[in-house]
Design a protein around this ligand. Structure first.
Ligand code: PLP
Length: 396
């Protein structure tokens, strides 16, 4: 294991890595630091390529101690699929919908639950808009732990029921995700459970950062020109940005970085507002509403890290309307046979907007993140009705 310590993302204060942690004393996320010189000596691209595909091949850049088995449901390497008809051969979707539980929340929770189990935690909890809670419950079941999940009442029923199917205690509550999170935090402070909320423990982000590691390898160690990421809590965006620095430090990639675009829905766009006003952190978004529930996050604890990453990268934060999200989902499905989730639709819509604003050029290599399987979401009914006793074949 190459972990040296944990570090407060705001103050740089150091913490020991060998026990469970939530936020730093400053109330900010903790980040895992590694002895990257030692990783550089221990890991070659060739050795990596000879291992089975999937997130655990990156063991040297993950926090799990040597000899500890991960809690795993068989996390695959997710494919890069070009949306050739929608955007040309250089518009690639990284399809995170192929992961266990049908979303990339599996990456973060495979890692967080593995670490919690290693530390002897027996009960885990989180607030969720759907996908994270399902992944917490699935990995919790796998690890033999109890889980408790609190969802805002607009959470899609399919997620609420899936979470309960894994044996979790599930509550639907009258508030937004940050308000549900307050109860989870209070219970954790009272010693009832361990809080696995986004960026409130240090390991989910390490699982999510594998998206960046995988992407680099899949593209022959040459990062794309731009990445469009549907941003709620921002774990994946911050995680990938961290992954790129780690890959450079171990000599696997050079200095080139993609421009990072944080995509939000116009009905919940705190990061976009902060980006446009030049602020370093984001104010809470009141009356958040969007069909893209995975990015309905009014207040993100890692807001300053998201804003820093997109600014350093030369990217931006972009908001898209609900109608553009729906249109993007429809277009990719009809023209390329690819069913994006609504958050994935938001990202395609943002790429279109970025083309219009000349933030990206036609033909640049762009990676869009589709973070869940489109089949997890309700779709409009566009079928006709047939009376089989009176079918007129001429009309079909
Ligand atoms: C959680 C989620 C997001 C947002 O991910 P963050 O890394 O927390 O910003 C985007 N899309 C889907 C489908 C999600 O479930």
């Amino acid at each position: 294991m190459f972990v040296t310590h944990l570090e407060c993302s705001a103050t740089g204060e150091l913490y020991e890595a060998d026990k469970p942690h939530n936020l730093s004393r400053a109330g900010k996320p903790l980040l895992v630091r590694y002895d990257l010189d030692a990783v550089k000596g221990a890991l070659t691209r060739e050795a990596l390529a000879s291992r089975p595909a999937g997130m655990w091949r990156w063991r040297e850049l993950l926090p799990l101690p040597d000899g500890v088995e991960p809690v795993s449901l068989g996390e695959p390497e997710t494919p890069l699929v070009p949306l050739t008809n929608t955007g040309g051969p250089n518009l690639l979707v990284k399809d995170e919908g192929r992961l266990p539980t049908g979303s990339f929340k599996a990456r973060g929770l495979a890692m967080a639950v593995s670490m919690a189990k290693h530390f002897g935690v027996r009960r885990i909890a989180m607030p969720t808009n759907g996908n994270a809670g399902a992944a917490l419950a699935a990995y919790g079941a796998r690890a033999g732990m109890k889980s408790l999940v609190i969802c805002p009442d607009e959470t899609p029923a399919i997620n609420v029921r899936e979470t309960a199917a894994y044996g979790a205690e599930v509550y639907v509550a009258n508030g937004q995700i940050d308000e549900c999170g307050r109860i989870v935090g209070e219970g954790a402070a009272a010693g009832k459970w361990f809080d696995c909320s986004t960026l409130k423990e240090p390991y989910r982000i390490e699982g999510k950062k594998v998206m960046g590691l995988e992407l680099a390898e899949q593209l022959g160690w040459e990062l794309p020109d731009a990445i469009f990421y549907p941003t709620g809590g921002g774990t994946g965006l911050i995680g990938m940005w961290k992954a790129f620095d780690e890959l450079e430090a171990i000599g696997f990639i050079g200095k080139k970085r993609p421009r990072m675009y944080a995509v939000q829905a116009a009905g919940c766009a705190p990061i976009v507002r902060a980006f446009e006003t030049g602020a370093e952190s984001a104010e809470r978004w009141e009356n958040a509403a969007t069909i893209a529930t995975g990015i309905r996050v009014p207040k993100a604890i890692g807001d300053f890290l998201i804003l820093r990453a997109i600014r350093e990268s030369g990217g931006a934060a972009i908001a898209v309307e609900e109608s553009e999200i729906a249109l993007a989902v429809e277009d990719a499905a009809r023209d390329d046979g690819f069913l994006l989730c609504p958050e994935g639709g938001a990202v395609l819509a943002a790429w279109r907007e970025a083309l219009k604003r000349k933030l990206v050029a036609e033909g640049e290599r762009v990676v869009l993140f589709n973070c869940a399987n489109g089949n997890k979401y309700p779709l409009p009914d566009k079928s006709g009705r047939l009376d089989l006793a009176k079918v007129d074949l001429a009309l079909l």
